[in-house]
Design a protein around this ligand. Structure first.
Ligand code: ADP
Length: 225
């Protein structure tokens, strides 16, 4: 199985007053194509640090991140932003939707930024799959929590990234909607051969994950069984 993203011997230190806090102890991690990986851990344990370093939003203190087998964390900011835009999709707690754009406009924004052609057939297919078709001309504020997250998944998949980061994607949803959204995320991850890394507080969502990791005090370990 192809490795889509990996972390090699990464540590992250922060200065808090006169103290150095090691937010992430030496960490190795690999996500392959078709895998939905769950990350859990108490508040303050290092989940955001892990995710933001993996996504290139923060630099490791030591070690490196590879994306599609190529150095990622070492790149200059401009190049990193370009690669992130192309290869990484984000689904956030409050969805990753822009309030003043309709759902369709959110998708097309990617084409505007990258000066590429709109892929209408793929957009239509995603709208169908995620049951977003009738929502495409609405603004995020006109949608329910579940509809917003389904639209956010469509947006994250539209530009065909290799890796998707989902940070508490079900936090604003009731149980049934949450299951529905994670099931869709698992299915698309498999079908589109993505690697999806999902941080969640919700143990019930872990049954859809291929692997689950726990972070405690900056130490990442795989949870077996
Ligand atoms: P989680 O996402 O699991 O709540 P974080 O990754 O946000 O945990 O934080 C892990 C530890 O690193 C905490 O002790 C936090 O205070 C510290 N930390 C995170 N970001 C910073 C920062 N920018 N500056 C200083 N300390 C930070």
């Amino acid at each position: 199985m192809k490795r889509l993203i990996e972390m090699n011997s990464v540590t992250k230190d922060f200065l808090q007053g006169d103290n150095i806090i090691r937010a992430l102890k030496e960490t190795n991690f690999i996500a392959h194509e078709g895998e939905l990986v769950g990350i859990i851990g108490p508040s303050g344990s290092g989940k955001s640090t892990f995710l933001t370093i993996l996504g290139g939003l923060q630099k490791p203190t030591i070690g490196r991140v590879l994306l599609n087998g190529k150095p990622f964390s070492d790149l200059e900011i401009k190049e990193k932003s370009r690669i992130r835009l192309e290869h990484i999709g984000f689904i956030l707690q409050a969805s990753n939707l822009i309030p003043f754009l309709t759902i369709k406009e959110q998708m097309i924004l990617y084409n505007k930024i990258t000066k590429t052609k709109v892929n209408q057939s793929w957009m239509d297919e995603l709208f169908q799959k995620l049951d977003v078709e009738k929502l495409k001309d609405k603004y995020p504020s006109e949608l329910s929590g579940g509809e917003r997250q389904r639209s956010a998944i469509a947006k994250a998949l539209y530009h065909q990234p290799s890796v998707i980061f989902a940070d508490e994607p079900t936090a604003s949803l009731d149980t049934n909607r949450a299951y529905e959204v994670v099931k869709l995320l698992a299915k698309e991850t498999k079908e589109q051969k993505k690697a999806t890394i999902m941080v969640t507080h919700d143990e019930r969502m872990l049954e859809y994950c291929d692997r689950v990791y726990v972070i405690v005090d900056g130490v990442l370990s795989e949870r077996k069984g």
